[in-house]
Design a protein. Structure first.
Length: 362
């Protein structure tokens, strides 16, 4: 009898992939659903164009070959320093350019952060993420950040931080503290990037990712769907991720339009203000296929998604969600609602386990 709790390859299941049939040859996968970094935009576009059922089948097949099929990692994201950010990201209420009415706060005390982490663990989270609204951290802030990482890791939780840009020295400091992941999203395609943010370049983002990876920290990097971009931008965004050393973690966010932000005001009362759920699921599925061994995280925007959309995202290969009532400053589904949904779908929480570091570059 087949063990239904462990990954199963297409060959083991005796199933021919629709992407490899005579009628529909489609893009090629690596042997054994291995990692490719030579994806072309045309291949990724072809994945988006697959009939929906075929795309879902392929994504779920890849997912089962690489991850436990019915487990979802529960994560909690805490804003450890809110507002007052000098960047002009068009989607963000924490920018000083936004007229969102958000009050800026100072960096939280270490003990308060650790108390929040302990509460998150009690509610089932195995991963604790700490986000600060900065262009980049100051050196005076590093000791506190180190203490936060060490304290959360001591609880047996996986740690992640998002702090803006990091230089090589700061990345090494956080690596030495034991930070598991550092999040720094590219947000969109290289071509669309300047339409979203002007205070730092796409190349600046890549430099931070390189500093993080060279220090031996796992990379968390994704983007946002629903910013008024075209499908070609979603293709370009996934192409950028799939042709670099694959991030170990790929958050796929749905825009939460906030009044007072550039994008929130621009999309207000337009059809684009509501996420196209089918296109969002397609984006998750393509991310799973082109980055088969990355955690694909269903991140911001779940509050506005139907249960059916979220279920399809899990089928498409998403295997992590953020729980709790807040996601930085935006509303989130909440622990009880998430537990009910996972129960309805027969999904279980992934066990908490701090990850080892990558091998740091010499």
């Amino acid at each position: 009898m087949t063990d239904l709790t462990t990954p199963c390859s297409p060959a083991q299941a005796g199933v021919q992939s629709p992407m490899h049939s005579v009628q529909n040859p489609g893009p090629r996968l690596s042997p054994g659903n291995g990692v490719r970094t030579d994806w072309t935009r045309a291949e990724i576009a072809a994945l988006f164009d697959l009939p929906f059922n075929d795309l879902m089948f392929e994504a779920q097949t890849v997912h089962r070959a690489n991850f436990p099929r019915n487990e979802v990692q529960l994560s909690t994201l805490l804003s450890i320093k809110t507002g007052g950010c000098q960047e002009d990201c068009g989607y963000c209420s924490q920018s000083t350019e936004a007229e969102s009415g958000l009050k800026a706060t100072k960096l939280m005390d270490v003990q308060a952060v650790l108390q929040a982490a302990a509460q998150a663990k009690d509610h089932g989270s195995g991963r604790f993420c700490m986000g600060a609204a900065w262009r980049n951290p100051k050196q005076r802030d590093m000791p506190k950040l180190v203490a936060m990482v060490q304290g959360v890791r001591a609880m047996g939780m996986e740690t992640c931080m998002t702090l803006g840009m990091l230089d090589a020295g700061q990345a090494k400091t956080l690596a030495d503290a034991g930070l598991d992941y550092f999040n720094h999203n590219i947000d969109t395609s290289p071509e669309n990037y300047a339409n979203v943010i002007t205070t730092r370049t796409f190349a600046d983002r890549i430099e931070t990712l390189e500093n993080v990876r060279n220090a031996g920290i796992n990379v968390c990097c994704g983007g946002i769907v629903g910013m008024g971009e075209k499908r070609s931008d979603r293709i370009g965004f996934l192409h950028a991720l799939a042709t670099m050393p694959h991030p170990e973690s790929v958050p796929i966010n749905a825009l939460v339009p906030v009044a007072g932000t550039v994008l929130g005001d621009m999309l207000k009362d337009t059809p684009l203000a509501k996420i196209d759920e089918v296109e969002f699921v397609r984006t998750v599925a393509v991310a799973r296929i082109v980055m088969p061994r990355s955690m694909v995280r269903l991140s911001a925007g779940r509050e506005s998604m139907s249960e059916a959309c979220q279920a399809l995202c899990f089928m498409a290969g998403a295997n992590s969600i953020f729980t709790g009532d807040k996601l930085l400053t935006a509303a989130n589904a909440g622990d009880d609602k998430d537990a009910a949904l996972l129960g309805k779908l027969g999904l279980s929480a992934m066990a908490a386990q701090p990850h080892g570091h990558l091998e740091a570059a010499e």
